[in-house]
Design a protein around this ligand. Structure first.
Ligand code: ADP
Ligand code: MG
Ligand code: ZN
Length: 495
């Protein structure tokens, strides 16, 4: 079949990812400089090592390796007996040494996998390798973009922040799968405590994309190695968000399909995702491995890591926890998913569920707390130090010291809006539950003042009782429980 004869509908997309993840460590990967650089003045978190001054020697950060091994355990990767570091040589102003220390033929994680779910279907994405490396510095183009700027500033605060590059097999068949993978990956990394998605630039994605004829793809989604190798692919750089990935890949897939359909060959090249214009643009012909002149980093000895895998623990991961929440607490899939979305939410739920009814805890954490936070564009991390207050609110509800309605509609909302604790709000708004005497008095008054309604009640009119309940509720400022008011009224009216 000639290229011209190929219809767009006969083409399928193949995608593989190289995901760069910043690991959360206190110090950089080869020196003692702090990684806490978000608000730092440019070039203040630097030293001879991360500036690449002659004679400075790298010292490997144990915490970075531990994080990498934990990631390896979570994705079920092989951790080799020995892992080594290499120099990847290239010149760019953000790389003061003229090479990046990375890993090459013995990366710390090999042959892992991660399961994703798209539209109810589960698929396993292979992770070819995941290796440690150092982040380069960052460039700031002034007065334009990379092509048009008047000048460019360089900041080496980021140089040497530990990165893990996670390279997948070309197992994705569409942008939705990529999005599901990235979400899952972030979730797992956050559970492991090695990653912070809120940190600017903590996840950066290069995506490789090619189009093949649809009948090259088997029922199980597999593509033959020959088809993969013969397909010309582009590598799209500079993707920094899940949404960006989906947009960039949809664009690039269409661009390649159009080219093939017009009988043109797709150039094997590196392209740049231009977020503001929503297009990918050609950067350069794709560099090859031999361009980098990889050789062993002689300043770092080989590292024996196989034992670390046994010695290091990882927490229960989101999928397992979700399943257990369903079984142990009888939660729906939806509730279990919400409650395991982050480790902090899951821990908080279990803390509350261990003391109060698991269903009550689920309603309070999944629906009320997460719902109100979401409405305010907030995350649980924003109220991390106030979880004790939320737990006290659940306790007040469980002990029937306050009505559910008042707790949800007044106390919780004011806690978030005003920052006060539940007791202060209850006191200020007079929301403590009315005592029995107060309720009895309100019931008597409601009966005495509404003879018509009492008559209607005795005549069998259902609405009359609701009206009387409403009267009592009003008198007690909503601090009585409607169910018991209802009962009390009926008892008195039926006397
Ligand atoms: P390179 O060394 O050129 O970067 P690799 O073989 O290491 O190439 O693969 C890099 C990425 O390209 C991997 O994520 C892999 O899944 C992906 N990839 C390989 N072949 C294809 C293809 N035909 N289409 C899309 N992605 C591919
Ligand atoms: Mg590559
Ligand atoms: Zn340093």
């Amino acid at each position: 079949m000639t290229a011209q004869a190929v219809q767009q509908s006969d083409l399928a997309v193949v995608i593989g990812l190289e995901v760069h993840v910043q690991l959360e460590t206190d110090t950089k990967i080869f020196c003692g400089c702090s990684t806490d650089v978000a608000d730092a003045e440019p070039n203040t978190h630097t030293c001879p090592v991360c500036l690449g001054l002659p004679g400075a020697l790298p010292v490997l950060n144990r915490a970075a390796v531990e994080s990498a091994v934990r990631v390896g355990k979570a994705i079920d990767a092989d951790i080799p007996e020995e892992t080594t570091f290499h120099r990847k040589n290239y010149f760019y102003p953000d790389l003061p040494k003229g090479f990046q220390i990375t890993q090459y033929d013995a990366p710390v994680c090999q042959n892992g996998e991660l399961e994703i779910e798209v539209e109810g279907e589960r698929r396993t994405v292979g992770v070819r390798r995941a290796h440690l490396e150092e982040d380069p510095g960052s460039l700031q183009h002034k007065g334009g973009n990379i092509d048009t700027a008047d000048y460019t500033l360089v900041n080496y605060n980021r140089a040497g922040v530990p990165l893990m590059e996670i390279v997948t097999e070309p197992d994705f068949r569409g942008a939705e799968e990529v999005r599901a993978f990235l979400a899952k990956l972030e979730e797992v990394l956050e559970y492991l405590g090695v990653f912070d998605s809120q940190r600017d630039g903590s996840l950066r994605i290069d995506a490789n994309l090619s189009v093949v004829e649809a009948d090259e793809i088997g029922d199980d989604g597999d593509v033959s190695d020959e088809a993969l190798e013969s397909a010309n692919r582009t590598e799209v750089k500079n993707i920094s968000s899940h949404k960006g990935a989906e947009k960039a890949l949809s664009y690039e897939a269409q661009r390649q399909k159009n080219a093939v359909q017009r009988g043109r060959e797709v150039e094997q090249e590196t392209r740049h995702w231009d977020e503001s214009r929503g297009i990918t643009v050609s950067m350069r012909s794709k560099e090859e491995e031999k361009d980098y002149r990889y050789f062993r980093e002689a300043d770092l000895p080989p590292l024996q890591v196989s034992d670390w895998k046994r010695e290091l623990d990882i927490p229960e991961l989101p999928d397992a926890r979700r399943e257990r929440f369903g079984e142990e607490y009888g939660l729906s899939d939806e509730a279990a998913s919400k409650l395991t979305s982050t480790r902090q939410v899951a821990d908080f739920y279990e803390d509350v569920a261990s003391e109060y009814d698991p269903d009550l805890a689920a309603t309070w954490v999944a629906d009320n707390l997460l719902g109100e936070l979401n409405y305010r564009d907030m995350e649980v991390t924003d109220v991390a130090d106030r979880l004790g207050e939320f737990k006290r609110l659940v306790e007040l509800v469980a002990a029937e010291e306050i009505t559910t309605k008042n707790a949800e509609e007044t106390v919780l909302r004011e806690m978030l809006d005003e920052g006060d604790d539940p007791e202060t709000i209850i006191e200020r708004e007079g929301l403590g539950k009315a005592d029995e005497g107060e309720i009895e008095g309100a019931v008597t008054a409601a009966i005495e003042e509404n003879p018509d309604a009492v008559e209607d009640y005795h005549a069998g009119e259902g609405g009359a009782l609701n009206f009387l309940v409403g009267q009592v509720m009003q008198r007690t400022g909503g601090s009585a429980d409607p169910g018991s008011v209802n009962q009390l009224l009926r008892e008195r009216l039926d006397e």
